[in-house]
Design a protein around this ligand. Structure first.
Ligand code: C2E
Ligand code: MG
Ligand code: MG
Length: 685
């Protein structure tokens, strides 16, 4: 009896164990389901299952939605929903193959057949075989690859494209250049490489800030892409440097035309933040295979050509020439030498008198920087100041000039001013007023004796920091002069609010003012009227001949600075002159303007309607020339021609008269005769 009771109890407890186990199984199953659902909805993983016919019996709801089956996709085949991503290199077999051959597959890259095209998954699966060895269908899992794919694509994009402009970057341009040059070698084609540098961009960036600079670069990129069109690939190398590869048919005429188009297009004003900004563009061109067959040589040579373009006044294009290589070696040397110059006492200052037109007395001196190079001798500031600006030395040099000049001026008579040139880079430095104030304090000169000469390039745009700089400098009591007026910026708007005390009329307008062939007298008169209206003084720069003095005085210009009253002299001479009799000055220049007609005999190259030939120049003035050696047909009066007078630059001119093989031409602009190297021999046969 007791035994039977025990067995009953144990039987009961066995039944409860089984129930409990079943209950636990159920719970575990529910928990697993819950976790799978949670995993599917929240994570990037998912599951799928098919029956033995390949029809889907289960697919995670999220993925079903993404492939365009809100109903869950049950009953569809796997291949109706997914296709192998053809761009994925490691997937060789099709999904259909595995489904029909009932074989496993692992981590295939797939995309949706319908639905979202920008979504990728990795998918794996294996056949289900039951205890009897029968195939029951497929079970599988997958994961979302979209984020990974996108970041890979982004990495590729970042590696090959410029983040700011979207253009090809340096890396991609180099790859393209390598490919282009390989084709050049294989097919005897020619390819061109254009290197572009924006003129005055640095000033925009320095004075208006980087956001404006960036906006400008984006617009440049758009214009450039449009200008080049299908002719080549455009890239940005960084900063304000751009590159264009013209992969075929790169003959020089075509490249020159393209370069001119680019320069014109990029030089149109830009409108940013409601105001207009003007910049320019210089271009260097190298042609493969002539100028290099590998990327390194071609880039270097295009770079040299670019340097030459900048040296020739910017806003132009230049092709590579062998002579540039030699020049470059010495240019780099110059930068290194300049670093030595400042510490090695090779720099010194000279002072050029500024004289009143009313009574010919010296009222001030302009400080001009000189560099006596230990090997090359005197180097012009027009050459080394831009180098100092580029290599970041102008701040140190400029501060030194300011201190030295003020210290020297402290020893001059108290009514004589000192003018100091300030580079736009110094002007953009917020520390400039403090430097000036400290200099005034240590040297003890009165602020109104110091005149800072600033060029128009500081006005690439109206900007609050420019205004603030003017206000701080004026607050110190120093005078401000606008140097080289008329040569730089095309707008006059800034004159309304910039507190200048003086306008210095550039030498290019003053030169030839007495020659009626030019309009310079009219231009100088207009500038003087403008300055008078604004209450500013005027100084005519670069007056060389005595007959110009009276004219400039009659026009109303207050002061003259030029070789007619002497070149710049060292401090000792300034002191000696001050000791001798104060500020009186003697005229030392030629009595009359350089002959309107100098009798000369030299060869020149004449270009008429694209045809080039040699002519002889019989007489020459800065306004025109008489030539012989070419017979112009009747009715040639007014015909535009171009003359290469010997310095390699073509001067535009117009035929005024023609008789036999002689003709008179008037230059489109005043030609500085000093700058032209005489060429007595016939240039070519
Ligand atoms: P700038 O400020 O316009 O200086 C006047 C230039 O014209 C000087 O050339 C001067 O020698 C020259 N000049 C004066 N009278 C005549 C003349 O009658 N005929 C001719 N043909 N030229 C005349 P320089 O000394 O070669 O200076 C060239 C430029 O270099 C200056 O032009 C100025 O922009 C820059 N520079 C000179 N010194 C400094 C300096 O200390 N700091 C900075 N930032 N720039 C300087
Ligand atoms: Mg000056
Ligand atoms: Mg000047």
């Amino acid at each position: 009896m007791i035994r039977s009771l025990r067995s009953l109890a144990s039987a009961r407890s066995a039944a409860t164990d089984a129930e409990r186990a079943a209950e636990e199984d159920l719970l575990r199953g529910q928990r697993a389901q819950l976790m799978v659902r949670e995993f599917e909805e929240q994570g990037s993983g998912w599951f799928w299952q098919t029956d033995r016919d390949g029809s889907i019996t289960y697919l995670s709801a999220k993925v079903a939605r993404q492939v365009g089956h809100v109903d869950g996709g049950v009953g569809e085949t796997l291949t109706a929903l997914f296709q192998i991503d053809s761009e994925s290199p490691d997937t060789e077999r099709t999904l259909g193959f595995h489904m029909s051959s009932r074989t496993s597959f692992c981590e295939y890259s797939v995309r949706a057949v319908g639905g979202d095209a920008d979504r990728w998954w990795s998918i794996s699966g294996r056949p289900i075989i039951d205890a009897n060895g029968n195939f029951q269908g497929f079970v599988g899992w997958g994961s979302d690859l979209t984020a990974k794919r996108r970041s890979e694509a982004e990495i590729t994009r970042l590696a090959l494209f410029d983040g700011l402009t979207g253009l090809a970057n340096r890396q991609r341009m180099l790859l393209s250049l390598d490919q282009t040059l390989a084709q050049v070698a294989a097919t005897y084609r020619t390819a061109g490489l254009l290197l572009l540098d924006l003129d005055r961009f640095k000033a925009v960036n320095d004075t208006l800030g980087h956001p404006t600079g960036d906006a400008l670069l984006k617009q440049v990129a758009q214009r450039l892409t449009r200008a080049v069109g299908d002719a080549g690939l455009v890239g940005r190398l960084g900063g304000d440097e751009f590159k264009v590869i013209v992969p075929s048919d790169a003959d020089r005429d075509r490249l020159a035309t393209l370069a001119e188009t680019i320069i014109t297009v990029l030089s149109q004003p830009y409108f940013i933040g409601g105001s207009s900004i003007s910049i320019g563009c210089s271009i260097g061109i190298a042609v493969a295979p002539d100028d290099g067959t590998d990327a390194e040589a071609l880039v270097r040579n295009a770079d040299l050509a670019l340097y030459a373009a900048k040296g020739d006044g910017r806003g132009v294009h230049r092709f590579f020439r062998e002579e540039l290589l030699e020049g470059a070696r010495s240019g780099r040397q110059l930068e290194d030498d300049l670093r030595q110059a400042l510490v090695g006492n090779q720099l010194h200052l000279v002072y050029q008198p500024i004289v009143t037109t009313a009574d010919e007395r010296i009222v001030g001196y302009e400080t001009l920087l000189r560099w006596n190079h230990p090997v090359r001798g005197a180097i012009s500031p027009a050459k080394f100041v831009p180098i100092a600006e580029e290599c970041g030395m102008i701040e140190a040099i400029g501060t030194w000039v300011l201190r030295r000049a003020c210290a020297d001026a402290a020893q001059w008579p108290a009514d004589i001013r000192v003018a100091v040139n300030i580079s736009p880079i110094q002007f953009a430095n917020p520390a400039l007023p403090a430097i000036v104030a400290a200099t005034l304090a240590t040297t003890g000169i009165a602020p109104e004796r110091l005149e800072l000469e600033i060029t128009e390039s500081v006005f690439v745009n109206d900007d609050t920091s420019t205004d603030a700089m003017f206000a701080s400098l004026k607050g110190l009591g120093v005078r401000l002069a606008l140097d080289d007026f008329g040569t730089g910026y095309s707008s006059l708007g800034y004159l309304r609010k910039a507190p200048f005390d003086k306008i210095k009329i550039d030498r290019s307008f003053v030169c030839g003012v007495a020659d009626s062939a030019t309009r310079n007298a009219a231009i100088v008169r207009a500038i003087v009227t403008l300055a008078d209206t604004l209450g500013m003084d005027t100084t005519a720069e670069g007056v060389e001949t005595q007959d110009e003095i009276a004219l400039i005085r009659d026009i109303g210009c207050k002061q003259i600075q030029g070789w007619v009253y002497g070149k710049a002299v060292p401090q000792a001479d300034v002191l000696a002159r001050a000791g001798q009799g104060g500020g009186s000055v003697t005229r030392v220049g030629h009595r009359v303007s350089r002959a309107p007609r100098n009798k000369v005999l030299r060869w020149a190259m004449l270009e008429v309607a694209g045809q080039v030939g040699d002519v002889r120049i019989r007489n020459l003035s800065n306004g025109g020339a008489m030539i012989d050696g070419v017979e112009f047909p009747d009715g040639s009066r007014g015909l535009p021609v171009r003359l290469d007078l010997g310095d390699g630059r073509m001067v535009g001119a117009t035929v005024r008269w023609a008789q036999g093989d002689r003709a008179g031409v008037a230059f489109d602009r005043v030609v500085m005769l000093d700058s032209i190297a005489p060429r007595s021999a016939r240039p070519r046969n």
